[in-house]
Design a protein around this ligand. Structure first.
Ligand code: UT7
Length: 331
């Protein structure tokens, strides 16, 4: 048993902020950002809820799949910018869509979230005969967790959402998922303050030894170390997923990598000997939208009619955790 993608959709906020705009708020330049990251502009939400952006992408995907929300059996929502601690984002959009036959699960797997979501969809479809059609929505409001006075991080991220509808088929998807939690402190954002009214001085000191809260609710990132991790983790994950599929990364028709830095993508693809023309890159237009990068790429490929039935697509992500994962799917 396997899955195929019967529809894809996306939503990018209307506001576009380019590198020149950033040069007005922090000490940076279009030249630095372009050369070091490949990013030229990014879409930025003006206070929209994360679930609301996800809902727009979900509706687009459902329309493209030519189904109705009542056909959905399950909704998987991936994000690192949930609007609420509870309820889950998937439950909120289940209600807004009127997908009353579906149950929902949220997953927080950082920038690899969509890959994990697709993997999860296949596993549910495989093991439960009542689950045939799964909506996977990845929506991110990264600009809510970046500090706009920190030039090392604020220029890198954007907002947006992507979604796909996966349906039972006889084409198995092959995945490889991994993590190195010993490096969790390289990239994180606090959800809550670490203390409460009863916190002792000793406990506060203890808390500040790991995951220090100097950045408040904003992101902390050791960019250099994450970079070094990424250029190895991406080829490792994709090669392992391809191995399970009995192919090599060079045999893939398309690769959609997580869009964090063009230099990471190029280095990783070079390591695998993959031809540039097969690698989907949209980082120049969107910046890093965490787990939404890959489904937005998929939706754009669908829109441009670049995917033909039988094409094999490899998707590979990495991010906070440190997490990584790849999946190979036949469309
Ligand atoms: O989705 C997963 C999450 N994130 C990532 O994958 C990010 C991975 N890391 C990266 O992409 C890169 O490490 C960065 C883009 C974050 C940084 O690039 P880098 O080539 O590693 O630069 P760096 O951090 O070594 O900084 C080089 C210099 C520093 O100045 P000094 O110390 O050499 O004087 C920085 O202060 O560049 C400076 N710098 C900037 N200059 C202008 C850092 N950010 C900026 C900026 N504009 N926006």
């Amino acid at each position: 048993m396997g899955i195929r993608l019967i529809g894809a959709g996306m939503y990018l906020p209307e506001l576009v902020v380019d590198n020149e705009d950033f040069a007005k708020i922090v000490e940076t330049s279009d030249e630095w950002i372009t050369k070091r990251t490949g990013i030229k502009r990014r879409h930025i939400s003006q206070g929209e809820y994360t679930w609301a952006m996800g809902l727009k992408a979900a509706k687009d995907a459902i329309k493209s799949a030519k189904i109705t929300p009542l056909d959905l059996d399950m909704i998987i929502f991936t994000t690192v910018n949930a609007d609420f601690a509870y309820p889950s984002m998937s439950n909120v959009i289940q209600g807004k869509l009127g997908a009353s036959n579906a149950f929902g699960i949220d997953i927080c797997c950082a920038c690899a979230g969509f890959v994990y979501g697709l993997d999860m969809a296949q596993r549910y479809i495989d093991t439960d005969e009542n689950i045939k059609t799964v909506l996977i929505v990845s929506s991110e409001n990264m600009t809510k967790s970046v500090d706009y006075s920190n030039r090392s991080t604020c220029v890198l991220f954007g907002d947006g959402a992507g979604a796909v509808v996966a349906q039972r088929s006889n084409q198995k998807a092959y995945s490889y998922l991994g993590a190195d939690g010993t490096r969790a402190e390289l990239l994180y954002a606090h959800l809550y303050p670490s203390g409460n009214a009863f916190t002792t001085k000793e406990q506060a000191q203890e808390n500040s030894k790991i995951f220090p809260n100097e950045t408040g609710r904003y992101m902390y990132m050791n960019g250099k170390e994450v970079y070094k991790f990424a250029v190895n983790a991406m080829p490792l994950a994709l090669e392992k997923a391809c191995q399970k599929a009995g192919i090599s990364p060079k045999d893939l028709d398309y690769i959609i990598p997580h869009q964090a830095n063009i230099r990471i993508i190029e280095t990783a693809m070079k390591k695998m000997g993959v031809d540039k023309s097969k690698v989907y890159v949209n980082i120049q237009e969107t910046g890093n939208i965490s787990s939404a990068c890959i489904p937005v790429g998929l939706a754009q490929l669908f829109e441009q009619k670049k995917l033909s039935p039988g094409n094999r697509v490899g998707m590979v992500g990495f991010g906070a955790g440190l997490i990584y994962g790849a999946i190979v799917i036949t469309v």
